[in-house]
Write a protein that binds this ligand. Structure first.
Ligand SMILES: [Zn+2]
Ligand SMILES: [Zn+2]
Length: 452
């Protein structure tokens, strides 16, 4: 994708996307009593238009200066400075680099939490955008490139924009808005903790008591102008696992003098394929079992002492998770036993829960999204087997997480580089939709006249 030398507004024309706001849905003949809210809505529209170019500029700056998980120092400082300038109460250093800001309206009402994740990935950027990242960092002892290949740069920029809009509209609102900028969504570096669960452990929801939490993700599998959502389970729970097969080392020419763990591992890998295909009721929920790496042996003529395998499990339901992990354990241990040896099966202590959209909250918020994107552009989408640590917030309070398409209209989403690809391309003309969607949700939820 080439960039020409124009302003952000003209470079990314938005004429093909309809943004309807609250007043735009009203008939032209209205009661005099309704004129004030209309004037206010028009005022809000103007602020939203003004914020769009700021959001793009912030996003490009973050894109050019990406930071790995738990290292989001520069990003967090920019966020905290911005929130302070807006007059919010700001806390920093939560879960290492996390920032929260509280916007108080001074009127009684609920607190709504809005979340953006700040971290980038160890990926060498291969896009040709002029603000592409050339940053290098250290990850697992190796020098790596760093890239916002998951669009978290846009999440931060949009939420900064939403904070600015809502800070200017606080006289129209009741309750509070809690802005949560979290580190390490992609997972903390080895030996560290991080992310949403640590922010919760450090008490942010205990202190601010949000009634609900809302988040969104820039999503390459959807075209610009479309919002994807799902009620109930939405993104998978993920669980890393490890199996170690014990063998007995011997010469490759005399396998009968040892126990060959490579053959046992091969049988286990084949056996694991039957967990999803033969043992899980896939009409209820899908599941995924993958082997990601296998390690054993150093030389062509030595049968090794052991083989280690690691992989991931994706499920959408607690009972199915139990069934899958028990079946895997049985296959690993019993296959080894059948070969006259033993194997261990262990689950990583870190388990990302299912991202669950509260059905009542989803139903309540959908009209806000439809107002902004247009009815036909808010679509129920399939389950996503990727995991998202917003799931922890969704376990703590009723929550809603949605996807905003960032692949340019006219581009086939099935061939567009996915999130995490070095070629991941975020169409910035999608960002006004995200800014307006988050703003509209809060306006509708906390509007002074809102009935509960
Ligand atoms: Zn990601
Ligand atoms: Zn992400």
């Amino acid at each position: 994708m080439q960039y020409c030398d124009q302003s952000a507004q003209t470079r990314f024309p938005m004429s093909n996307i309809t943004y309807k706001t609250a007043h735009g849905a009203l008939p032209w003949v209205v009661l005099v009593a309704a004129l004030l809210p209309i004037a206010r809505a028009a005022e809000l529209d103007r602020s939203l238009d003004a914020i769009d170019s700021k959001v793009v500029a912030w996003r490009r700056d973050f894109h050019q200066h990406p930071e790995l998980s738990n290292r989001e120092v520069r990003t967090a400082k920019i966020v905290a400075d911005h929130l302070r300038k807006l007059g919010l109460t700001v806390e920093t250093g939560i879960a290492q680099t996390g920032v929260v800001g509280l916007l108080k309206t001074g009127r009684p009402g609920p607190t709504i939490a809005l979340r953006a994740d700040m971290d980038a990935l160890p990926v060498v950027e291969r896009t040709d955008v002029p603000f592409r990242s050339t940053v290098k960092s250290n990850y697992r002892g190796e020098e790596v490139g760093v890239m916002h290949a998951c669009g978290h740069d846009s999440h931060v920029a949009v939420l900064m924009g939403v904070a600015e809009i809502l800070a200017g509209a606080r006289d129209k609102l009741r309750g509070n808005v809690l802005f949560v900028f979290q580190p390490a969504e992609e997972g903390a570096p080895p030996g560290e903790e991080g992310g949403a669960s640590v922010m919760l452990k450090q008490g942010i929801f205990d202190r601010y008591k949000p009634e609900v939490a809302i988040g969104w993700h820039a999503w390459a599998s959807i075209n610009t102008g479309t919002i994807g959502y799902r009620s109930g389970p939405f993104m998978a729970g993920s669980q890393a696992w490890k199996a170690v097969v014990t063998g007995r080392q011997t010469h490759g020419s005399r396998p009968w003098q040892g126990i060959d763990p490579i053959v046992v591992a091969a049988q286990i890998i084949n056996g694991l394929q039957t967990v999803v295909s033969r043992q899980v009721d896939i009409t209820r929920n899908p599941a995924v079992v993958s082997v990601g790496a296998i390690k054993g042996g150093v030389r062509n003529n030595i049968i090794p002492d052991s083989v280690e395998m690691i992989g991931t499990i994706r499920t959408f339901e607690a009972a199915q998770y139990e069934q899958v992990t028990q079946a895997m354990q049985r296959i690993v241990e019993k296959t080894a036993e059948a070969n006259g040896t033993s194997a261990t099966f262990t689950l990583d202590p870190y388990r990302n829960p299912v991202t669950y959209n509260n059905p009542e909250l989803t139903a309540r918020l959908l009209p806000s999204l439809r107002k902004i994107a247009g009815d036909s552009n808010v679509k129920e989408i399939a389950l996503i087997t990727g995991a998202e640590d917003f799931a922890y917030f969704a376990q703590a309070v009723p929550s809603f997480f949605f996807m905003v398409g960032v692949t340019p209209q006219g581009t086939d989403v099935t061939t567009a580089p996915a999130n995490h690809s070095p070629l991941f391309y975020l169409d910035e003309s999608a960002l006004p939709l995200a800014t307006r969607a988050m703003t509209q949700i809060v306006m509708d939820y906390l509007m002074v006249s809102a009935q509960r």
